[in-house]
Design a protein around this ligand. Sequence first.
Ligand SMILES: Cc1ncc(COP(=O)(O)O)c(C=O)c1O
Length: 373
Amino acid sequence: MTDWKKIRDKFPALKEYCYLNCAEGSPIAEEVAGAAKNYYDGMKAHGDLIYEEWLDRVNQIRRDVADYIGADSDEIAFTTNTSSGMNVISQMLRGEGDVITMRDEFPSSTLPWLHNGYPVRFVEPVDYSYPISKIEDEVDSKSRILVSSHIQYATGFRQDLDKLSELAKRHQLYFVLNATQSFGTFPIDVKKQGVDFLCSTGLKWTMSGYGIGICFVSKEMQERFKFPAVGWKSVEDPDLMDNTNSEWKHSAQMMETGCLHFPNIFALGAAIDLFNQIGPENITHRILELSQYAVRKLQALRATLLSPIAAEETRSGTLVVKVRKPEDVKLELRKKGIILSKRGGGLRISCHIYNNFEDIDRCVEALKPHLIA
Ligand SMILES: Cc1ncc(COP(=O)(O)O)c(C=O)c1O
């Protein structure tokens, strides 16, 4: 039995706030902050002398991230956020064909493609969901790339990755996954699910703070397409510092063009360690349990939910509820220490492993006078 109280105690922010807003940005655990601080302490005391140790730690974290999503470590690059990964991907696939994506994707999923001149076709939602058949209706002979979030930020809709990947395979589409709203908490197996590219930030569900993202590029895609940017670190042996050498790395690390952002990567590493200690399945189960509890409480008050709640497999840790004057209510709740965000036409409640049932009771009680039936 997981001791959720002990896990909550690792997050000092939860002592002060009823924090239900990890979909925007999550508080971090003591050991995550400690991992970043260790780096600064090391730099303070020893300058660059422990650089090699840091590189070893980066490679360990790369393996841990890869294991977490069923990838090989040479398919993982560290980035700073989701958008930086999506830009690389959209430049790699330039000229390949048209893009299909979802109407209410976060702009990081769509703007890089529009900027790079791809024709983009948007699939319209049905009851806050994207049924596979509806996506398939949009595929035509020019479609080559499918870009989708695993979990939609504005509704919490969770896409079925097995089915989406079957669709991609059937129509020979490159499958690009934005895992920002799921990475760390809902299972992803890039090999099994035929994901070609994936990008995410560590800020939200991965509880690692700002400045860290990951990008997965499958081996096959690395061999087929060219990375759009390189630097001295992109070659097999950067220490040669040969300014004419272009023996590129045979890995996604080729896109890590220069020196890395160690503290942010170490923070991510500590968060993944924590996830592994708790157990990924346990985490998913807990998050669904909490969000389901919120659904029941809100339904009992006849609140209108702007999220797909009918089918269990499309649910996530995110729930949007309709209120009068969402911005005002958000600010009113904030004064009471209850932290939500305004998204998807209402207020978004996102539950993570540090939350408990009392957080939800407190939040629902405060929302009560503002709910729209
Ligand atoms: C689905 C999704 N993608 C991307 C982002 C953020 O992008 P970035 O990490 O580039 O800041 C968000 C933030 O809300 C998001 O919900």
